[in-house]
Design a protein around this ligand. Structure first.
Ligand SMILES: Cc1ncc(COP(=O)(O)O)c(C=O)c1O
Length: 362
């Protein structure tokens, strides 16, 4: 049985440090909103195609999107990315990305006939530099996939870096996918503030709001680009109504629960750091992380990250991800650990990590 199936089979016993979704209980408003919608069977109705009243407006305000941007609700951010790659990429186009990365987007780029051009970022500064982007540009470059903060590294781009990247996009007439999936965990410098006419925004409620199972996210773009994407929209009948209610409740109250969540994430990552520091041959490339995950480099230990993932999951019911899940070239060097789980679960990880490494070291 593959690790994901195994974890689901034992879902309630698993410590899910594998998927960057918040599982620290922060508020009951989400549950209440879902229950209220269920109580009057709102699910009997097709939702409005533009979503429940107020949701897209709230999102525009929360993200500070330009006035002329249009928002399309989708089944998770991933579907918005599918729509945009389908609509805007052609055979032979190139998209500048990173390795490591969130690889399903690279797959979507490929099935659109385009090529992901992967800049290696498993080295300092653990993110793309504007110079590397400039060098990767060819006449076929159509887009830059900018994931900020970066899954899996936990690195975020500085304002100056964003400025330089936007300038490159402007000078070379290319688009930017500003994948801000993890922006609520950090201090974001969105590209739509600088190059609104060439930015496509991918955002989701899966991570910070912990709504991954509800499958709701969005893509936003200026009207001219959204007009090109709409024919590829698979959601003319809108997205799950319970998910919309949950997202609305979460966004209406985000200022109450996000700051304490971020404070807890700082504590959680410090707990993991102390455990990693005690282990010979292990280190954290990026600390503190600007989001709710980071990677632990284990390359000097001789331990295979797939074995580590499997041992932790099958014997200890703690699910982390092998680097191979997020990297084609560097996956053998690390594991990715998400720490938006309750502190006792992080403490358990910190206590078993040295034990399992000890068992696997040759
Ligand atoms: C960078 C990035 N973009 C998009 C997604 C898609 O998330 P979802 O479809 O749950 O919104 C993920 C999920 O892990 C991600 O890491």
């Amino acid at each position: 049985m593959n690790p994901f199936d195994f974890a689901h089979k034992h879902a309630k016993e698993i410590t899910w440090m594998s998927q960057n979704t918040n599982q620290i209980p922060m508020t009951d408003v989400i549950e209440k909103a879902i229950q209220e919608a269920i109580s009057w069977k709102e699910y009997n109705l097709y939702p409005r195609s533009n979503g429940i009243f107020g949701l897209t407006e709230l999102l525009k305000e929360h993200l500070g999107l330009p006035d002329d941007y249009e928002v399309l609700l989708t089944n998770g951010g991933i579907e918005g990315l599918y729509i945009l790659t389908r609509a805007l990429l052609e055979k032979g186009d190139e998209v500048i990305c990173t390795d490591p990365s969130f690889l399903p987007i690279h797959h979507q780029i490929e099935i659109s006939g385009a090529k992901p051009v992967e800049i290696p970022i498993y080295q300092k500064p653990w993110k793309m530099t504007p110079e590397q982007i400039q060098e990767a540009i060819t006449p076929r470059t159509k887009m830059i996939l900018l994931i900020d903060p970066i899954n899996p590294m936990g690195t975020a781009y500085t304002k100056d870096e964003i400025k330089a990247i936007c300038q490159i996009a402007q000078d070379n007439d290319i688009l930017i996918i500003d994948d801000i999936t993890y922006r609520d965990f950090s201090e974001p410098f969105p590209t739509y503030d600088l190059v609104p006419d060439r930015t496509l925004v991918s955002y989701t409620f899966s991570k910070q709001c912990g709504l991954a199972g509800m499958r709701i996210g969005m893509v936003a773009a200026p009207k001219a680009l959204m007009d090109k994407m709409r024919p590829y929209n698979t959601n003319v009948l809108s997205v799950n109504i319970l998910a919309q209610r949950a997202a609305m409740a979460a966004m209406e109250t985000i200022d109450n629960w996000l700051p304490p969540l971020r404070a807890q994430l700082l504590k959680n990552q410090a707990i993991i750091k102390s455990a990693v520091e005690k282990m010979d041959g292990c280190f954290l490339p990026v600390y503190p992380s600007s989001t709710n995950m980071f990677v632990i480099d284990i390359s000097q230990t001789g331990v295979d990250p797939d074995d580590l993932q499997d041992k932790m999951l099958y014997d200890y019911k703690v699910f982390v991800r092998s680097g191979n899940y997020v990297s084609k070239s560097f996956g053998e060097s690390f594991i990715r650990v998400s720490f938006s789980v309750p502190q006792p679960s992080v403490e358990r990880f910190a206590s078993i990590f040295p034990e399992v490494m000890g068992l696997l070291k040759k």
